[in-house]
Design a binder for this molecule. Structure first.
Ligand code: BEZ
Length: 216
């Protein structure tokens, strides 16, 4: 199954550091981020999970549930989380899927087909750094894939959530490098007459490029 923007995020049951989870039940009524990590006790992953724990309030205030995944056993996860907490001075309070059998990784096409060093002792690929943003209807709204060697930018992940949530509420899109609070773009489907009502003071740069103050 190919997952694309607009696909319904496939459901699964998995063992996690917070017990067994039915994914759809876990994310019911929330936005969600599902993100994979190559392996436990690896340096880049340790910084990433620490950063996501540190940003817990940013996700909570946007109604986003976070769920990590790493292709190792639960016991390893439990020991590794102690390290993550210690090293980053945080408390990892979101579930991490123990995906040693790669069931969820395969379902979400997260396995590494490029880096031949990113494999377990049996030569089975670990995962790359996949990120899925999923909305309250369980629809996939963003997919990003980073190589194992590059830690993710979670400011960017939060920025996209802000853009998507704002675009769902108002008829707007967001320009390059937009950040919460910056001017937005009036959606091309909005007529000038509608724009005058919806976005008083909108400005036209080109007929197809109209900016308006952020509706935040
Ligand atoms: C890391 O987290 O540092 C890492 C994991 C697998 C391959 C490369 C880097």
């Amino acid at each position: 199954m190919v997952l694309r923007l607009g696909s319904v995020a496939p459901n699964f049951k998995a063992i996690t550091t917070k017990g067994e989870i039915d994914f759809h039940q876990y994310i019911e009524g929330s936005w969600a981020i599902l993100f994979s990590h190559p392996a436990d006790f690896t340096p880049v992953c340790t910084t990433e999970l620490g950063e996501v724990a540190r940003r817990a309030n940013d996700f909570a205030e946007r109604n986003v549930k976070v769920i990590g995944l790493s292709a190792n056993e639960l016991k390893d996860h439990e020991n590794w989380v102690k390290d993550i907490d210690e090293v980053n001075n945080v408390h990892v309070d979101f579930p991490i899927i123990a995906d040693a059998d790669r069931k969820v990784s395969a379902l979400y096409d997260m396995l590494d087909y490029q880096d031949i060093t990113n494999v377990d002792t049996k030569g089975i690929p670990f995962t790359v750094r996949s990120v899925f943003i999923i909305d309250t209807k369980k629809v996939i709204r963003l997919i990003i894939t980073y190589p194992a060697s590059t830690g993710r930018n979670f400011d960017e992940v939060i920025r996209v959530i802000d853009s998507l949530q704002l675009g769902d509420k108002h008829r707007i899109t967001t320009p390059a490098n937009w950040r919460k609070g910056d001017d937005v773009i009036v959606h091309p489907g909005v007529t000038n007459q509608e724009a005058a009502e919806l976005f008083p003071g909108f400005r036209t740069v080109k007929p197809y490029l109209r900016f308006a103050p952020s509706p935040f």
